[in-house]
Design a protein around this ligand. Structure first.
Ligand code: FAD
Length: 287
């Protein structure tokens, strides 16, 4: 099923993001996590794509996405990055997805790696979006940044670039994580003014440890509202209390977003069913 058929139905779409196996999270752990997470009956899962690209990244993402579709009976969207890929690499990934019945793709540029010369075929996600749509019957989504992408010249340029992405055919968007809902509401208004009219799912990451937050702030520049900083200061030396407070904070963010007619909630699960269950328990009746 194409995910664009799900949105615009007057209810909040609930999706879960998982990542494929890595050194710390072997394949059995990922399968176990997705099976448990599928009990929450999300509308769909999305599966991330290794930052370095290449055939191994495509296979890993495809394996998990296929497992979700076939074994868990839930729709899956495969992420695909392009900055370290040639058109031939992308063709191979698309063939693989197609042969496994994966019809939903989150088209991404990927982060620029200072140790790798970027490939030239797809400088931006909008180039990849148009290419995927020219290659088959796929539904393509895109990423967006309520607090502006770190490489963007300005917030205005970033929104105008986002418009190129939806003009290229992105049918819905998923935001970078944010902790301050007011950033999301302002961003949504600017999108509407710029003519970015596709559904936008809000990316929510429940913060469960202090190191994770420091990394998030460095990598994606998410601002930390005073209420959030207070929680960090109060519970930083008590991991379980910090985890519970992080879960409560994320649930509170989601309640506010649903009350303000968000199109979708996209939970960055970090392959952690415990946290996702707690949050789902707090919000399931609102969906
Ligand atoms: P783009 O949309 O290409 O934007 C990147 C920058 O280029 C922005 O500053 C933008 O303003 C600018 N730009 C865009 N189009 C143009 C244009 N036509 N002309 C000039 N400038 C332009 N990374 C992974 O490696 N694997 C993943 O699985 C993954 N999943 C993600 C999921 C979500 C929901 C999000 C929000 C991010 C994800 N990322 C992932 C990270 C993402 O790859 C990085 O944030 C990357 O730096 C930007 O990707 P993009 O697709 O948003 O790029």
């Amino acid at each position: 099923m194409k995910l664009s058929e799900l949105y615009n139905k007057g209810r909040t779409i609930f999706s879960l993001e998982v990542f494929p196996p890595n050194k710390r999270c072997p394949i059995e752990t990922v399968y176990d996590a997705v099976e448990k997470l599928s009990q929450l009956k999300p509308d769909y899962f999305s599966v991330t794509y290794g930052a370095l690209g290449g055939a191994a990244a495509g296979k890993s993402t495809c394996d998990i996405a296929s497992y979700i579709k076939e074994k868990c009976g839930t729709e899956a969207m495969a992420h695909l990055t392009c900055i370290n890929s040639t058109a031939a690499d992308i063709d191979a990934a698309l063939e693989l997805f197609k042969s496994h019945g994966i019809e939903n793709i989150l088209a991404l540029r990927g982060d620029i790696n200072p140790d790798l010369e970027p490939k030239k075929d797809f400088p931006h996600a909008s180039d990849l979006t148009a290419y995927i749509l020219s290659k088959g019957d796929f539904d393509v989504a895109g990423a967006c940044y309520p607090e502006t992408h770190v490489d963007a010249e300005s917030p205005v340029e970033d929104i105008l670039n986002l418009k190129k992405k939806t003009d290229s055919g992105a049918s819905h968007l998923i935001t970078q994580l944010f902790f301050d809902n007011s950033c999301f509401y302002k961003f949504r208004e600017k999108c509407a003014i710029a003519g970015v009219n596709v559904p936008i799912s809000a990316g929510i990451m429940p913060v469960t440890n202090k190191k994770q937050i420091e990394r998030m702030v460095t990598v994606c520049g998410a601002s930390l509202p005073p209420k959030f900083v207070k929680i960090l200061q109060r519970f930083e030396s008590d991991p379980e209390a910090l985890r519970d407070a992080g879960i409560a904070y994320a649930a509170d963010q989601i309640v506010d977003l649903i009350s303000n007619d968000v199109d979708g909630i996209h939970l960055y699960t970090m392959n952690n069913p415990y946290v996702a269950y707690k949050i789902h328990g707090a919000i399931s009746r609102l969906l």
